[in-house]
Design a protein around this ligand. Structure first.
Ligand SMILES: Cc1ncc(COP(=O)(O)O)c(C=O)c1O
Length: 436
């Protein structure tokens, strides 16, 4: 106290008053018998926290910001969310999942450790879907298709390697590849999937050994790889000695009859690695997918699982097995497909009526329409106009690796009932008219 009086030339009363004030503000603490001590600087509010040092330490982020958030959470309520590809909750398999979980939750093995490759029963169920010669030994369980892509990019290529992706492409694949240090390399596609000649050219030019395709209802275009091209892709994979990763993200959602077996069904020598997702047909929280692969590639992917998270949660794996074996699963799929087909057709017709300058062909399956904009209409400006009218849409450039210059929207139809989809089409038409 005396030192403070001398240093600031003030009376003892002033020092006492200031100390009382500091104690009240939490900046000092008085311990009777010991004296008065300065406390650690108080964190008054988030504004006082300084994280700016992290920017310097971390440098440029390898993660592309934005683009994927809409897949994981709802941004605002009260709008028509045509940028959300998950079917609405009433179309999800909640009842079946509740029953399956109730059966599994009391089993001790649902809480125990399990092999990194996944529980045998679920692997058997997935292998049985493919039929001979595939067995449970060829299947690896991952927490979703996204995790499968991430593991594949990490362990089947090295940082700096090119990875061939269809253009336009699912942004989640681009983000995961980039984060693994790979160089996304576009290959063009049309209504029948990847262009085989272009694929061969890209492989010859870049030496890439990893190709990711979505042969069934590609996201975002909805294209289905034609039978002739399937054979061509297989031949190219053999000729160039590369892996073709088949992202079968909507395996259960053929809406106009079967589009055929997965690409891996005809692959003998382990060139195709097939990812089968469950999330779109069951529920977004069903974070389980199957990867089918053979040879050293499979062994590496199993090791990657160990390094990432040991194994996917056994309770969820057991639940997925129960779900897929339940008699109600096929019934659920029939109902879901019928609902999605109705919504798809409603949206296509409503757009033809209310926004005739747009062109969209109904995809044979999946969850979204790929819409071509008239020449001269800016897709970002249109998306803003739509948002102003309460409709969220995904713009085509989000999916492009090479800027095409052509405008597109991706409109998901699973989230809203047919009446709401008609309203959305009316508003999109009004937004277009305001621009043109
Ligand atoms: C083409 C594509 N692949 C993979 C995924 C990820 O699927 P999952 O939910 O199984 O992780 C998505 C998600 O929307 C997707 O669109």
């Amino acid at each position: 106290m005396r030192e403070l009086q001398q240093r600031f030339s003030v009376s003892p009363v002033t020092v006492q008053r200031v100390v009382r004030q500091l104690v009240m503000e939490g900046r000092a603490v008085t311990r009777p018998g010991d004296g008065t001590f300065i406390t650690r600087p108080a964190i008054a509010d988030a504004g006082a926290v300084d994280h700016s040092w992290q920017t310097v330490v971390l440098g440029r982020s390898p993660v592309v910001p934005g683009g994927l958030e809409h897949l994981t959470h709802e941004r605002t309520s009260g709008t028509i969310a045509l940028d959300n590809a998950f079917p609405e909750p009433t179309l999800q398999a909640h009842e079946l999942l509740a029953k399956a979980t109730a059966r599994c939750v009391r089993r001790t093995d649902a809480w125990d450790r399990c092999p990194p490759q996944g529980i045998p029963l679920l692997r058997e169920v997935f292998a049985a879907e493919l039929g001979a010669p595939f067995t449970a030994a060829d299947v690896l369980i991952t927490p979703g298709a996204q995790a499968a892509l991430d593991s594949i990019f990490r362990v089947l290529a090295r940082p700096g390697d090119p990875v061939v992706l269809e253009d336009p492409c699912y942004p989640g694949a681009v983000v995961a590849a980039t984060l693994s240090g790979l160089v996304p390399t576009p290959v063009p596609t049309d209504d029948h999937g990847v262009l085989p000649d272009a694929l061969a050219d890209v492989l010859a030019r870049t030496g890439a050994r990893l190709v990711v395709l979505q042969p069934r209802h590609a996201n975002p275009t909805g294209s289905v790889l034609s039978t002739e091209r399937r054979a061509a892709v297989r031949a190219i994979a053999q000729e160039f000695g590369c892996f073709v990763v088949e992202d079968d993200w909507v395996r259960d959602l053929d809406l106009d009859g079967p589009t055929g077996p997965p690409l891996i069904a005809d692959d003998q020598h382990g060139h195709v690695i097939s990812i089968r997702s469950l999330s779109k047909a069951s529920a977004p929280g069903m974070r389980i997918a199957a990867v089918t692969a053979r040879g050293p590639a499979l062994a590496r992917l199993v090791s990657a699982r160990l390094a990432a998270d040991f194994f996917a949660a056994p309770l969820l794996q057991a639940t997925a097995a129960e779900l897929l074996m339940a008699p109600g699963w096929q019934r659920h799929l029939l109902t879901l497909r019928a609902a999605l087909a109705e919504r798809r057709d409603t949206l296509v017709h409503a757009l033809a009526e209310h926004a005739p300058s747009l062109s969209a062909t109904a995809p044979r399956g999946g969850v979204a329409l790929w819409v071509h904009l008239p020449v001269g209409v800016d897709e970002a400006a249109l998306a803003i106009e739509c948002a102003g009218r309460g409709v969220r849409v995904a713009v085509g450039s989000t999916y492009e690796l090479t800027a095409s210059g052509a405008g597109h929207l991706r409109l998901a139809y699973g989230k809203d009932d047919p009446t709401t989809l008609v309203t959305a089409a009316e508003r999109i038409g009004a937004a277009l008219r305001s621009l043109t």
